[in-house]
Design a protein around this ligand. Structure first.
Ligand code: GCU
Length: 597
């Protein structure tokens, strides 16, 4: 009996197995799919009654059974039938004021019919769910996923029926000390089915995954591999019509076909975000994707895009929707990235976790380079093997999803992690994993500097030995002195590697005006930015900046009544879309840089 049948058999006897999701299907947008977005029935369950019995043991008759009274005397103490509704995709915090601060379990349920044709397979795909999801179909446990920002899918071919299917998902967004991230973050813990849910309908043998990029440092060689869903030697064709490429390949016994093809594509760049229609043609399907080709490397302090040194005119972005909630739609992505373009950015740091795929796809099309990051944030449990495996899994899932996107140039391993025992090994392990999955991109992390003396900023984090590009966060003029402190500081760096100042800035309540030393005014923020820019211009080995942050964002760490009210006010734009005075300082500087190119 193959593993596939064995797995489903074990589910059928419903042991509460910790069953991981199936291998991720790459590029679901290119597949035959049915959206399950829309209103889902929900039950809020802070005591997890729907999963555990009163002895706190998994209950085989939990709420995932969606049981109905068969007789008038039956006792059933839950029902989805008259339950409240929540929009999917979307967090629950911003949809229902009773759930604004809620951290715990919410049960989601959705009915659907599906006529699966013979010779086809069906998968249930989630763009993400924060933080832990246990997924059931027709009362049967499919598996679980941990991590709030990466996609996952389960095969349901043998379980789906033409009529009356019901999905039940238990989502728990409790923060966990051994989680990734851990319990302390400076962003809102938005819970729920925060990204799209879809049925993905594929042929028996389908294209599971593929990597199609330029060979590292080779502008004239397309290299990669295509992985078919099952093993076996099958013919397939890789076609890029605009490059007059149509290469016949044959998969090996494991179903993988490796290739390298001499070609001379027009190179992707922010000034020319050229994408090519790529086709993977097998006996059962033609899968199409739009892929950009560019080279990426470093040379001393320089970051080379297509062999030319580039300055990354960036901005940090949280996955925050204007006016509140988790950004979840293509429209949110377009708003946020359009604002970055208005600042004359060519680069965005998507903090502090993988953003939704709309952001990456739009960055490809709009010509914005991307710093992608996993939420290894602050005080992670470095010595906990499960925490390490969790971080590695989230890294694997995001690289699987986005490794064909030209816009993604940096994988960031961490943010502001302390130099304590276990941290270096933990993050070095992640760096090794990232390089094994994707040898073409550069690795970085947002690190911290320290004072060598009262005037000298020293960047020498040992983590830098294992990374390609340094990110360094600093808040001189906000957390560290007043803005004019910037004027007398000098910067030194131990490693001869490219430096991005990956965070700087300060807060302002949009519309609050006063003199340049009155904290929280737009004038204070503007003055801070002016002093920062004057300082940054003097750092000879600086190759990029991503000020913190594009737009105000929700955070429980920011309670200052009348100013913060649960929002981190370091945005250059308010959550209502109003630009603050400091926005124009950044735009002015980026215009100057672009003119000097
Ligand atoms: C830190 C951290 C951010 C945080 C910011 C702030 O550098 O990386 O996540 O929001 O500072 O204090 O506003």
């Amino acid at each position: 009996m193959n593993i596939y049948r064995m797995r489903h058999l074990s589910i059928l006897i419903l042991l509460p197995l910790t069953v991981a999701a199936d291998p991720l299907i790459t590029h679901v947008d290119g597949r035959q799919r049915v959206s399950l977005n829309g209103k889902w029935q929900v039950i809020v369950d802070p005591y997890e009654l729907g999963y555990y019995n009163y002895r706190y043991e998994p209950d085989p008759n939990g709420w995932f059974k969606n049981a109905k009274a068969q007789n008038r005397w039956d006792l059933i103490e839950y029902s989805f039938d008259n339950a409240r509704l929540l929009q999917v995709p979307g967090d629950w915090n911003s949809q229902d004021s009773r759930l604004y601060y809620y951290e715990g379990t919410v049960w989601y349920k959705k009915d659907f019919d599906y006529d699966l044709k013979s010779g086809r397979r069906l998968f249930l795909y989630f763009g993400a769910a924060n933080y832990e999801a246990k997924v059931f179909l027709n009362g049967i446990f499919l598996g679980e996923h941990i991590g709030g920002f990466t996609p996952f899918n389960f095969e349901i071919t043998r379980l789906v029926r033409p009529k009356d299917n019901f999905i039940v998902v238990k989502i728990d967004n409790k923060r966990l000390r051994d989680g990734v991230p851990t319990v302390n973050t400076d962003w809102w813990n938005f819970g729920g089915l925060t990204r799209r849910v879809e049925l993905i309908d594929v042929p028996d043998m389908f294209v599971q995954d593929y990597f199609i990029q330029l060979d590292k440092g080779k502008a004239n060689r397309i290299k990669g591999w295509i992985q078919l869903s099952g093993g076996g030697k099958h013919p397939l064709t890789l076609s890029i019509p605009e490059l007059k490429i149509s290469t016949l390949l044959k998969s090996d016994a494991t179903g993988r076909a490796a290739f390298q093809i001499e070609a001379a594509p027009e190179l992707w760049s922010p000034d020319n975000p050229k994408l090519y229609r790529v086709q993977i043609i097998t006996s059962s399907e033609t899968l199409e994707d739009d892929i950009g080709f560019r080279t990426l490397s470093t040379e001393g302090y320089d970051i080379l895009l297509n062999g030319k040194s580039v300055f990354l005119r960036g901005i940090c972005i949280h996955e925050q929707a204007p006016r509140g909630g988790r950004a979840a739609t293509e429209e949110h992505a377009r708003i946020l990235l359009s604002w970055a373009k208005q600042m004359n950015c060519n680069f965005v740091r998507l903090a502090h976790y993988p953003h939704n795929e709309y952001m990456i796809r739009l960055a490809d099309q709009m010509g914005l380079m991307v710093w992608a990051e996993i939420p290894v944030y602050w005080t992670i449990l470095w010595d906990n093997p499960a925490t390490c495996a969790n971080a590695e899994n989230q890294l694997t899932e995001i690289i699987t999803r986005d490794k064909n996107r030209a816009s993604v140039i940096l994988w960031s391993m961490a943010n502001e992690t302390p130099r304590v025992k276990g941290r270096l090994e933990f993050i070095r392990n992640l760096a090794d994993k990232a390089r094994s999955l994707d040898p073409t991109r550069l690795l970085t992390a947002a690190m911290e500097r320290h004072y060598l003396d009262s005037k000298t900023q020293m960047i020498d984090d040992p983590l830098g030995d294992h990374l390609d590009v340094f990110g360094c966060n600093e808040y001189i003029g906000w957390y560290d002195g007043l803005p004019e402190k910037c004027d007398t500081l000098v910067w030194k760096m131990k490693h001869k590697k490219p430096l991005i100042i990956s965070e700087f800035g300060g807060g302002a309540l949009q519309g609050y005006h006063g003199d340049a030393l009155t904290r929280w005014t737009e004038e204070y923020q503007e003055n801070l930015y002016q002093h920062q820019v004057n300082m940054l211009k003097k750092i000879p080995f600086l190759r990029g900046t991503t000020p913190w942050i594009l737009m105000d964002f929700q955070s429980p760490r920011r309670p200052l009544t009348g100013i913060q009210d649960g929002w981190n006010r370091k945005g250059l734009i308010s959550e209502t879309g109003q630009k603050k005075k400091a926005f124009w300082i950044m735009r002015q500087w980026y215009n100057e840089i672009e003119l000097k190119k």
